[in-house]
Design a protein around this ligand. Structure first.
Ligand SMILES: Cc1cc2nc3c(=O)[nH]c(=O)nc-3n(C[C@H](O)[C@H](O)[C@H](O)COP(=O)(O)O)c2cc1C
Length: 334
């Protein structure tokens, strides 16, 4: 099948998947600041296949509404060629059904093979797949042979380099367009050193692009991204925690202040009618330790997006956007 190649995963700086953080406002912000590609949060196949695809003319978005009519995934034309949907799955046919549903609206599909959380492992998803190379092979070949857009996966390292190389060789043989590698094992946490040497060996071993991940702890400014790329000899770099706290890490011209980033984020949240829980969660993560300040506490107490906007002097912006709109009750991307 001829692939519609929108992105080639080489020389890219990428917003890594983050549950509850990577809503449409966050992804658009990352692109504005300089990210080349943006991942959605992980969406479990069971949930995605139950979604209805709705063209939302009022917002200019495509919405995928879940069984409760809540927005499971919202996207728009601006990110059409740059957004990759990450799916959590343990089953080739279900993965394909979920991917087919969103295929026309996104530029790639990624399979999560790194999530160490209990619900993923119990369901045979995420990092559980690292121990099931046959299932990995079946899922990825089913997707690469039946989708018109690129397929990738994101793994963690196994504890031995040899076993990791064996796994990535199998993954490469499925026809995936790239592989994301978080340089920690399933049992390692962020305080453990990222295995940049494993990623480097994988980059040398494979012919497909490798996307290095796990370096946020050492990435304090834009130039550090290239240092991480060079250390790992990877084609591209994918960042999560660094942009989670300050998305302007993607700016070549340097970091913006926390308040500037939050204001930009709130403007997109207003424009795309984002649900209070998602907005508050995003702002809290950007505030970090500043949540203990009076403004942080007021944000936590807020019960509407307008109230949060007011804390950053954006209530007029909110009112202007909402003056003619009848806000849909189900406009939550969570
Ligand atoms: C809040 C949060 C949510 C995450 N959600 C996902 C997810 O949905 N899918 C995934 O593959 N990884 C997820 N991760 C892991 C990151 O994508 C990334 O692999 C990890 O944070 C290491 O990269 P970093 O050093 O740039 O943060 C998440 C991480 C964070 C901090």
């Amino acid at each position: 099948m001829t692939k519609k190649i929108f992105n080639n995963y080489c020389d890219k700086i990428i917003l890594a998947p983050m549950v509850r953080i990577n809503t449409l406002p966050m992804r658009l912000l990352a692109l504005d600041y300089g990210a080349d590609l943006v991942y959605s949060e992980e969406i479990i196949d069971h949930k995605l296949i139950k979604c209805k695809r709705i063209v939302n003319d009022a917002l200019g978005t495509i919405d995928y509404l879940d069984a409760e009519d809540k927005v499971a995934f919202r996207t728009c034309d601006i990110e059409r060629d740059k957004v990759i949907v990450q799916i959590g799955t343990a089953d080739p046919e279900r993965a394909l059904k979920a991917a087919k549903l969103v295929e026309q609206d996104v530029s790639g599909i990624d399979i999560n093979m790194g999530c160490p959380k209990g619900f993923s492992i119990k369901g045979g998803m995420g990092a559980a797949l690292l121990k099931k190379p046959e299932t990995v092979y079946q899922i990825l070949t089913t997707l690469t042979s039946n989708l018109s857009i690129p397929v990738t996966c994101k793994i963690r390292c196994l504890s031995s380099l040899e076993n990791t190389l064996e796994l990535v060789k199998i993954i490469q043989s499925t026809g995936v367009s790239a592989i994301g590698v978080h340089g920690r094992t399933k049992d390692e946490r962020p305080q453990h050193k990222n295995r940049n040497d494993f990623i480097r060996e994988i980059s040398r071993y494979l012919s497909i692009p490798v996307i290095a991940n796990g370096g946020s702890g050492d990435i304090k400014c834009y130039d550090d991204i290239e240092v991480f790329r060079r250390q790992t000899e990877a084609s591209s770099v994918m960042l999560a925690r660094a942009p989670e706290s300050n998305c302007s890490i993607f700016r070549k011209d340097g970091l913006l202040s926390m308040d500037e980033v939050i204001s930009d984020y709130l403007k997109y949240s207003i424009e795309y009618d984002t649900n209070i829980n998602a907005v508050k969660y995003g702002v809290q993560h950007m505030m970090g330790s500043y949540q203990a300040t009076p403004r942080g506490k007021a944000c936590l107490r807020s019960i509407s997006v307008r109230e949060i906007c007011n804390l950053w002097d954006l209530s007029d912006y909110y009112d202007e956007y909402n003056k003619d709109s009848i806000s849909p009750s189900n406009s939550a991307e969570s």
